[in-house]
Design a protein around this ligand. Structure first.
Ligand SMILES: [Zn+2]
Length: 322
């Protein structure tokens, strides 16, 4: 999938979202598509029995696409007594049959909250988990140091895996040249390795924990996570304020498939509301039905696909009448 083409502007058919063209109404899969602004439909059935200008319902046929694969429709403008709004139904089922964003031309100019575009970055490989290191030092708990995530020049987090499968996340901070355990006094920003990448007018994805946000970065998405030791709403408000100042258009929060995930999502939602940052929670289980308990992006084969589905679900949520 080519990640840069028109992401955020196309909606695909699917269960609960039939093709708007009356003689098609396809919803068994994602083969028909339309732009979120309601200006164009690409119906999977190329038409050879009608001529350009032929009207079906509210839509006027303009011809088949060059590759002959789709019929192209635009709103039938003569009906001034009717609006051209399409019925876009939020899927009743959590299943999406075609997660790939459409690559067809979509020319439209009216961005609104119903169309979101994700901030992209050059893919950054996730921080490598350490090979079998068992080195223990004075500040180390019993167990294995698995990973170190550098949050800032003066802050990092270590993950230790302990016997019995327990994971320990230890923040460290630098005080006058000496690393100390604990979060320290200085505020922690969101964890993000793409501070150089502009996010003005764009949405970003938030995941739980450094490991998961790095996987999203590995797929070329600007992604964030909260430092695990400092998740109070007020602290998140400060972090989100910074994103608002950078012009961030909103956050798609992907919640892990467990109760914990939903509680964390709620704290973030509350914080986002305080700084008027658009915020949509998408549950991992809605993106990947049947995902294992506690599952997230680190349990899927194709993270780019996972995020594309999350975006579809977020858009469907935003398109819901208030
Ligand atoms: Zn169709």
């Amino acid at each position: 999938m080519s990640p840069h083409n028109h992401s955020g502007r196309t909606i695909r058919s699917g269960r609960g979202r039939p093709c708007p063209i009356d003689d098609c109404r396809r919803e068994k899969d994602g083969d028909c598509s339309w732009t979120a602004d309601g200006e164009q439909v690409f119906c999977h059935h190329a038409r050879h029995d009608i001529k350009p200008g032929h009207v079906i319902g509210d839509w006027a046929f303009t011809g088949n696409t060059e590759d002959g694969r789709c019929a192209h429709f635009v709103p039938h403008r003569e009906r001034t007594n009717r609006t051209h709004r399409m019925t876009i139904v939020t899927p009743s089922s959590k299943e999406f049959s075609d997660p790939n964003p459409d690559q067809k031309p979509a020319k439209q100019k009216r961005p609104s909250i119903t169309q979101l575009e994700l901030a992209r970055c050059t893919p950054i490989p996730p921080t490598e988990l350490k090979a079998d290191t068992t080195a223990l030092d004075s500040r180390a708990p019993k167990g294995q140091l698995v990973c170190t995530w550098q949050h800032s020049p003066t802050q990092y987090v270590e993950r230790w895996d302990q016997e019995g499968g327990k994971k320990l996340f230890l923040p460290h901070h630098l005080v006058e040249g000496v690393w100390k355990t604990g979060g320290g006094e200085a505020p922690w920003r969101v964890y993000r390795r793409t501070w150089e990448t502009p996010i003005k007018g764009l949405w970003i994805v938030e995941l739980e924990g450094e490991k998961c946000s790095e996987i999203a970065e590995g797929a070329g998405h600007v992604a964030i996570s909260q430092p695990g030791h400092a998740r109070k709403v007020g602290l998140i408000v400060d972090r989100y304020s910074e994103l608002v100042e950078l012009g961030c258009a909103g956050i798609i929060y992907i919640a892990d498939n467990d109760e914990h995930g939903e509680r964390k999502a709620e704290a973030c939602r509350e914080a986002a509301a305080q700084v008027s940052l658009p915020f949509v929670v998408v549950k991992a289980a809605a993106i990947t039905p049947g995902i294992k308990s506690k599952g997230s992006i680190d349990d899927v084969d194709n993270p780019a696909d996972f995020i594309a589905r999350a975006k579809q679900l977020a858009e469907a949520e935003l398109l819901q009448p208030a």
